[in-house]
Design a protein. Structure first.
Length: 209
C-alpha cells in the first residue's frame, strides 16, 4: 500500500490556517495555496535520484550532484489543482504540465471525467498530481486511473487537506500511489465537503460561487 505522509512543517501549518480562514480573499488565498504547494514539493521530491558530477567553480573543480532518472511531470486536477501548479514549477521549472478534468456530480457525488491532456512521454515521468482537497476520493481515483490509461507508472498525489474517507479510497483503489497532505481533517459532511476543511477550493481560488 502506498504511504501516507502528513507534512507538518511549521510554515505549512501556519499557511494552512490562513487558507482555512473564511476572511482570506481570493488573491491571498491563491498566493498561500501556491506557497504551500512549493513547500510541500520539497518533501514530495525528496527521493528523486541523483548523479554525481564535476563542475568548475571560480576557484577550482568541485564535485556535486544533479537530478537523474525519471523526469518530473506535474498534473493539475481541474480546476482547483491549477492553484498549486505554479508553486511546484518554481522548484522544478523544467517539468511538463498536464491537466485532467474531473467534476463531482452534485447528486451522486460520483466523478465525471471531461478532459485529459498529458505529456506524450508520461510513462517516463514521475507524476506529481495536484488537488487542494481530497474529499470522497472519487475525483482523485478517477484522475489517477486516467493517467494510468495513458501509460503513467509512477504517481504521487499531493493535497493540502484530506478527509479519512478519501485517503482510504485512494489507498484501496490505487495502492501503488503515495499520498502527501498538509492536514487530515475529521470527516465529510452530508454534501461531501471536508469538515472543517476550507470550503470550495475552486471558488475561493477564482472568486466564484
Amino acid at each position: 500500500m502506498g504511504k501516507l505522509q502528513v507534512i507538518d512543517h511549521p510554515l505549512i501549518q501556519h499557511k494552512i490556517t490562513l487558507i482555512r480562514d473564511k476572511t482570506t480573499g481570493p488573491k491571498d488565498f491563491r498566493d498561500l495555496v501556491g506557497e504551500v504547494a512549493m513547500l510541500m514539493a520539497y518533501e514530495v521530491t525528496r527521493d528523486l535520484a541523483l548523479d554525481e558530477v564535476e563542475v568548475e567553480t571560480p576557484i577550482g573543480p568541485a564535485r556535486g550532484w544533479q537530478l537523474s532518472g525519471k523526469k518530473v511531470g506535474i498534473v493539475a486536477i481541474l480546476r482547483a489543482g491549477l492553484g498549486m501548479v505554479d508553486g511546484v514549477l518554481r522548484l522544478i521549472p523544467a517539468a511538463k504540465v498536464g491537466h485532467i478534468g474531473v467534476y463531482r456530480d452534485p447528486a451522486t457525488l460520483k466523478p465525471v471525467e471531461y478532459y485529459c491532456k498529458l505529456p506524450s512521454d508520461v510513462a517516463e515521468r514521475q507524476l506529481i498530481m495536484l488537488d487542494p482537497m481530497l474529499a470522497t476520493g472519487g475525483s482523485a481515483c478517477a484522475a489517477i486511473g486516467f493517467a494510468k490509461q495513458y501509460g503513467a507508472t509512477s504517481i504521487k498525489l499531493v493535497n493540502l487537506i484530506a478527509a479519512p474517507e478519501g485517503i482510504e479510497l485512494v489507498q484501496k483503489t490505487h495502492p501503488d500511489v503515495d499520498i502527501y497532505v498538509a492536514a487530515v481533517d475529521e470527516c465529510l459532511n452530508s454534501h461531501g465537503y471536508i469538515v472543517p476543511g476550507l470550503g470550495d477550493a475552486g471558488d475561493r481560488l477564482f472568486g466564484t460561487k
